[in-house]
Design a protein around this ligand. Structure first.
Ligand SMILES: *Cc1c(COP(=O)(O)O)cnc(C)c1O
Length: 408
């Protein structure tokens, strides 16, 4: 098909309705509405109602942990878990993550120290722990990015050697395994997010999973103003509770989870098959020997091989109705307040920066079909085949856009 048919040259966009990354998975609407109707009839809307208790039970079973404590969102889960573990001074985190990982610490005046990644995995390189940990360091928040796990064994061993607490940010890794064991039971605690864009969702929501009874007890107090009983406050706390409507969605989402995973897996296979022969584009692959949720489709663009930069490809995809995203560009270390701080030695994150210049996240989830994906792949192929014309057209387009905006 002619390159001139692309929307960039005035053609019709490939998709009339834009495909997004992270369009929510809904599950069985009827079952959800029945739950909501029942909870309205019960008039118990929050405060550890039956739906929250049921959700916590089911999740603890699925994660194979003693305690799963639901939360108002994933960020509150991180804040409460790290505070309950007495994180102070500073803590080591990767910069290639959603900014909440760093903000949850900073909000409590624990300074995030950013560690570089291993580019082959996009995960925190455990060797960074040796380089960055000081007497002020109290803990580590490794991130199980894209639902693949960091080298958990090495991270946990290094942390134990230094007496550091480990809280995994497993926001992406619900339902995944590490060496066959469910994510959720590693480190002192693991946190999950059930934000609407995550593959299992509660509109807004999160959870802390742990096998530590005393820690679970403390977290339970802290998420509910420190109430041990009516009129009895025995700890400082905030409000981190999940409400019953959120739990209704969580239960509905959990029931549909195997279906979501099957759908995501089929989408992943369609991308994998379609992109294998596209030179310069590589898909971040999942380890088939583990259980994965396949919720992110992440590609890396080698701009020397493709002749186009990641941003150019993204811009053309946007004009075609494919809302590809640069997750998590430019990295926490280039966001405020971290960006303006003097960088201690060892905090030059070359590999993180290089990776963040190459990655692009593509639409998947139950709102996207394998047929859509075949069209996205052929679109990418067409863009690369026409790289020279595309490049010229983009330059013209961006120049006139700049000209127009400077006239305003
Ligand atoms: C989504 C997400 C969070 C935050 O979760 P919320 O529920 O939106 O507060 C934290 N860390 C990572 C890696 C995430 O993707």
């Amino acid at each position: 098909m002619s390159i001139k048919r692309l929307a960039l040259f005035g053609g019709e966009p490939e998709f009339r309705h834009t495909l997004h990354v992270g369009t929510p998975n809904i599950g069985d609407t009827k079952r959800f509405l029945t739950r909501v109707e029942n909870l309205l009839n019960r008039r118990q809307l929050t405060n550890r109602g039956p739906l929250v208790r049921e959700l916590e039970c089911r999740m603890a079973e699925l994660l194979d942990v003693k305690h799963c404590l639901t939360m108002s969102n994933g960020t509150a889960a991180l804040e409460i878990a790290t505070r309950a573990l007495n994180f102070k001074g500073n803590a080591i985190v990767p910069a290639l993550t959603f900014v909440a990982t760093a903000h949850a610490l900073e909000w409590q005046r624990v300074r995030p120290i950013f560690a570089d990644i291993a580019p082959s995995t996009h995960h925190l390189d455990p060797r960074g722990i040796d380089r960055l940990a000081t007497s002020l360091t109290s803990g580590i928040i490794p991130v199980n990015l894209w639902g693949r796990t960091v080298d958990i064994g090495t991270v946990v061993a290094k942390a134990a050697g230094r007496g550091l607490a480990v809280v995994f940010d497993s926001s992406h890794a619900f339902g995944c395994t590490y060496k066959g064991k469910p994510v959720g039971g590693f480190g002192s605690a693991e946190i999950f997010s059930f934000h609407a864009t995550k593959f299992v969702n509660t509109f807004e929501g999160g959870a802390v999973a742990t096998n530590d009874d005393a820690l679970a007890e403390r977290i339970r107090l802290m998420q509910n103003f420190g109430f041990a009983d009516r009129d009895q406050v025995i700890h400082v706390g905030i409000n981190g509770k999940m409400n019953e409507v959120a739990a209704a969605m969580g239960l509905t989402s959990l029931e549909a989870m195997d279906g979501f995973i099957a759908h995501n897996h089929a989408n992943y296979c369609a991308y994998l098959e379609g992109l294998t022969n596209v030179e310069g584009i590589s898909l971040v692959e999942y380890d088939a020997s583990e259980r994965n949720n396949y919720q992110y489709i992440v590609i890396e663009v080698d701009d020397v091989a493709t002749g186009l930069h990641r941003d150019q490809i993204m811009q053309v995809l946007h004009t075609e109705g494919v809302d590809a995203r640069r997750y998590f560009y430019p990295g926490c270390h280039h966001m405020e307040p971290y960006r303006s701080r003097p960088k201690p030695a060892g905090q030059i994150l070359t590999l993180t920066d290089e990776t963040l210049a190459r990655v692009l996240t593509l639409p998947t989830g139950t709102a996207v079909t394998a047929a859509d994906i075949r069209r996205i792949v052929s679109l990418i192929q067409r863009i690369l085949d026409g790289r020279i014309e595309v490049s010229h057209q983009l330059a013209k387009h961006n120049h006139s856009a700049r000209f127009t905006s400077s006239q305003k």
